[in-house]
Design a binder for this molecule. Structure first.
Ligand SMILES: Cc1cc2nc3c(=O)[nH]c(=O)nc-3n(C[C@H](O)[C@H](O)[C@H](O)COP(=O)(O)OP(=O)(O)OC[C@H]3O[C@@H](n4cnc5c(N)ncnc54)[C@H](O)[C@@H]3O)c2cc1C
Length: 293
């Protein structure tokens, strides 16, 4: 199907984009990589009268080292994250996750901001940014807002954005020494959306006791989810087979999958949450202690 006709607007600054979005309200949508929005428009599930293109807006496409955190502009493509030396050095789990998103064509266009703002529970970035305890910066007609990623996901396809606001930056705290992470994704075939996915990030002290645990779940609930009970199970304890098993059990319990004719029953996905959490934690542990591929 062809998309419904629309007026194309190409602002050059964030301020211009926000002013347009605020003025045009619900009739307008911003477009970044177009990898989720254009398919929806072709199916006429989205029929905006105005498209505000972010691709000509300056200063939204960057990966920066800022003391104790990494700043990623909303317009940064999945492929840029996958190939960034800065990302590989400080948050390799992000490069790993990016390599699991769709195929190279989609990764060359799709953006981290568009993916998070789309709020698809099967999107891979949500779980990873949750595991890393990231924040998002929102720019609107008034003051900027910064919120924890957990507060950004209100519901399926519902980001915490008010009228005229766009997501402009993702902020990732740099993991401390003795940290390791892993993103594991079960997919029907290479390039597919997740049947289930788990992002796990750990920081250990010198005695191997867990000082930080971040666990995010993909396609296991109405939004990307934080496995809070699983995280608590590990904090302050030695990370070993026993504590990992308890955490995997907790993550399976707190996941909220639904039956789906394409990717399997809720029961199957819950079982996969347990398996993937166990495997992701074991790999994160190996990486935190200098091993793991
Ligand atoms: C064949 C195919 C396979 C895919 N497989 C995967 C996969 O395995 N894993 C995965 O995670 N994703 C997958 N995707 C989705 C892909 O990652 C998209 O790039 C991503 O979901 C949306 O990013 P985008 O930049 O393309 O956003 P767009 O499609 O341009 O926009 C998506 C939504 O976000 C809004 N938006 C965009 N940018 C902003 C912003 N800065 N602030 C506020 N709102 C904004 C738009 O208005 C729109 O509502 C796939 C897509 C395709 C076409």
């Amino acid at each position: 199907m062809y998309v419904r006709s629309f007026q194309y607007l190409a602002p050059k600054t964030v301020k211009e984009a926000v002013t347009l979005l605020n003025k045009l309200g619900g009739e307008a949508k911003v477009i970044a990589g177009g990898q989720s929005l254009v398919p929806l428009m072709k199916l006429r599930l989205a029929t905006p009268s105005y498209l505000i293109d972010l691709n000509r807006v300056k200063g939204l496409d960057y990966i920066k080292d800022q003391k104790n955190r990494i700043l990623i502009g909303a317009l940064t493509r999945h492929a840029a994250i996958e190939n960034s030396d800065l990302i590989k050095e400080h948050v390799p789990i992000m490069a790993e996750a990016a390599s699991h998103i769709a195929d190279p064509q989609v990764r060359n266009l799709g953006t981290i901001g568009g993916s998070l703002a789309h709020c698809d529970p099967a999107g891979d970035w949500g779980a990873v940014v949750i595991a890393l305890n990231g924040e998002v910066k929102i720019t609107g007609p008034r003051k900027d807002r910064v919120m924890k990623i957990d507060d950004f996901f209100i519901d399926t396809y519902q980001p915490n954005l008010k009228k005229g606001e766009i997501l402009t930056e993702v902020r990732i705290p740099k993991p401390q020494p003795n940290s390791g992470g892993a993103y594991l994704k079960l997919e029907r075939r290479a390039g597919d959306f997740a049947t289930a996915g788990v992002a796990a990030q750990l920081t250990l002290d010198v005695d191997g006791v867990c000082r930080y645990a971040g666990i995010g779940l993909t396609a296991l609930g109405p939004t990307s989810l934080r496995a809070r009970k699983a995280e608590k199970t590990l904090l302050g304890r030695k990370v070993d087979d026993n504590s990992i098993e308890e955490a995997a059990e907790a993550a399976a319990e707190e996941s909220k999958p639904t039956d789906d004719p394409l990717r399997g029953s809720a029961e199957y996905k819950r079982a996969m949450a347990r398996v993937l959490t166990r495997r992701a934690l074991k790999l994160a542990l190996a990486r935190a202690t200098g091993g793991g591929a």
